[in-house]
Design a protein around this ligand. Structure first.
Ligand code: OOG
Ligand code: NI
Length: 453
């Protein structure tokens, strides 16, 4: 048989294989999945309008399989190969995230599907960070770290061979794809045996705990997998009730009637036993659990307003971890976001959000020159908000920090370098704003042509 398995199908298989692996590696993750499923079922039962909206946008079916994860790689070659690996599953680098502003020696992108139909099939995303050894103060140690990294190969020989086959043949046959999923999984597996001595590990840890996590192991272990909840406040409450070590504050916008962008919370990294090459045993904290609630994607104008209000709340209150405490931060955040419209009509009118359009097939044909607004008004065109499919740098920094125990406050003051990141990656990152705009325009064109038929 020469039937190829589509990248969408390979991604679905991979996402469920990864979820299964993480479930067995981190049992608390399974508890989180169960908790989120319960919350989602309750919310859908109590909220038919939300259910209808998710049905309309095709998101209801993906809800129970929707996950994102994160990895951290050490070198340009690793990032480049990871890009090729994800491309086999239809995942492409979207967005550039500079985390140096938050004192983290990494910059990142998110590999994810880009077409609406692929997102709805399975929106599996991997937030991928590249270590920036050039930012470390101790350049001698940076060189040592580089030598260690250059010795490892994070993708198996067979996976690399299958990537080459996929590139040459424009896809994989089903048997090849099944093998690829198993081989690719190896890259993300946890290894409790470090590749360095305890002394080197301590040195790396002193430079930055992220450096120790990235350099000391055989590969970029998946450090969390995140299910999507429809009510993060309720899920957070349940996490606390179940004595999960939940983070004190929810990252992102405050709780509002109209969900925008992304809200996230996590349970803190587990302390796990590891052993070094000199036989000494110790512990390492890297892997954690996270949940997210997704809301409307914002236009550049909407995003600018979001950033302004978020910064106002942060500046007013120090930051979340300051002495002021999480309560005060929440209040400052809620107050600041009163300036953000809280209904979809205003979001659309003020050009703050991205939407998608569907034709109401029962509607009458549009009259000549009938405006979009009029078609929406009469119910011929149905306009739904697009879900935000990406990440937020300030939130990501908050998640990183909640899982790092030392020297998280290093000051690299704004060293964004998208160009160097793209050179390592081997291509440019895709602009998320362009994707949302294209989905909006295409859905409008299609809906209008259905109505006119
Ligand atoms: C990634 C942290 C960022 C998110 O959802 O924003 C993240 C990491 O810790 O490697 O996962
Ligand atoms: Ni995450």
């Amino acid at each position: 048989m020469t039937i190829k398995l589509s990248p969408d199908n390979i991604r679905s298989h991979f996402s469920s294989a990864m979820s299964e692996m993480y479930r067995s590696e981190v049992p608390l993750y399974q508890e989180l999945i169960t908790l989120v499923e319960e919350v989602n079922n309750d919310i859908l039962a109590a909220n038919p309008e939300l259910k209808q909206q998710l049905e309309k946008t095709g998101e209801l079916n993906r809800l129970n399989v929707e996950r994102h994860g994160a990895i951290r790689v050490g070198t340009a070659t690793e990032l480049n190969n990871i890009r090729r690996l994800f491309a086999v599953m239809g995942m492409y680098p979207v967005g550039y995230y500079d985390l140096s502003v938050a004192g983290l020696p990494v910059h990142s992108t998110a590999f994810r599907p880009t077409a609406k139909s692929s997102l709805n099939k399975n929106p599996f995303r991997i937030f991928t960070s590249l270590l920036r050894l050039e930012l470390l103060e101790d350049q001698e140690l940076a060189q040592k770290a580089e030598r260690i990294l250059n010795r490892r190969q994070i993708i198996t020989d067979r996976a690399l061979a299958l990537i080459e086959i996929a590139e040459a043949n424009n896809g994989l046959l089903e048997t090849e794809a099944n093998e690829f999923v198993q081989e690719a999984l190896e890259t993300f597996r946890w290894h409790s045996q470090a590749t360095v001595s305890s002394e080197t590990y301590q040195e790396l840890l002193r430079a930055h705990s992220l450096v120790a996590d990235i350099v000391s192991f055989r590969g970029p272990h998946i450090n969390h997998l995140t299910p999507r909840t429809l009510d993060i406040d309720l899920a957070q409450k349940k996490m606390v009730e179940k004595n999960m070590p939940a983070k004190a504050t929810i990252e992102g916008p405050p709780k509002r009637n109209l969900a925008i962008l992304l809200r996230q919370t996590a349970f803190k990294a587990l302390t796990e036993n590891i052993s070094f090459t000199d036989g000494i045993n110790s512990t390492h904290t890297a892997r954690f659990g996270e949940i997210e609630q997704r809301g409307s994607a914002l236009t550049p104008k909407g995003r600018k307003l979001y950033d302004k209000l978020l910064n106002a709340a942060i500046n007013q209150n120090g930051n979340q971890s300051s002495k002021e405490g999480p309560e005060q931060y929440s209040q400052a955040l809620e107050k600041a976001f009163e300036a953000f419209p809280s209904d979809y009509a205003s979001l659309a009118k003020e050009n703050l959000g991205f939407f998608e359009y569907h034709a109401n097939k029962q509607a009458r044909k549009p009259k000549q020159d009938e405006s979009i607004e009029a078609l929406i008004e009469t119910g011929a065109l149905i306009c739904s908000p697009q879900t935000y499919e990406d990440f937020l740098p300030v939130s990501a920094a908050g998640i990183f920090h909640s899982n790092l125990d030392s020297n998280a406050g290093a000051d690299y003051t704004n060293k964004a370098n998208q160009k160097s990141f793209e050179e390592s990656l081997g291509c440019q990152v895709i602009s998320e704003m362009t994707l949302y705009k294209e989905i909006e325009e295409k859905s409008l064109r299609e809906a209008l042509s259905i109505l006119k038929d």
